[in-house]
Write a protein that binds this ligand. Structure first.
Ligand code: FES
Length: 107
């Protein structure tokens, strides 16, 4: 089993970042973006309360875990939410996500 995956993250300025992510440490997509100091606020620290970890999935839309009702409710309040929106703090990093591409949504 792969212990490390690579994901690509487009920041709000359009720059593409390549992130090496361990999948055996219980990290979320939000955690790894913060670890790389990307411009993702994640004000609530991953409690599914702030929606400042909003991102668009540019790939792997089927491979991710289901949204919880809390995540769905929070996304439904955002004016810029799309079908491929996720809250990064609600997405655990798993081996299946190798090659995932996301875009951080600007505020
Ligand atoms: S960090 Fe606040 S909802 Fe994800």
């Amino acid at each position: 089993m792969e212990q490390e995956i690579v994901i690509k993250v487009k920041d709000p300025q359009g720059n593409l970042h390549t992130l090496d992510c361990p999948v055996d440490m219980g990290l979320s997509l939000k955690d790894i973006c913060k670890a790389y100091e990307l411009p993702m606020e994640a004000v609530c620290g991953g409690m599914c309360m702030c929606a400042t970890c909003h991102c668009y999935l540019l790939s792997h839309t089927e491979a991710l875990n289901e949204k919880s009702s809390e995540e769905k409710a929070l996304l439904s309040e955002l004016f810029n939410a799309k079908a491929n929106s996720r809250l990064a703090c609600q997405v655990p990093l798993t081996a299946e996500l190798n090659g995932l591409c996301i875009e951080i949504v600007p505020d």
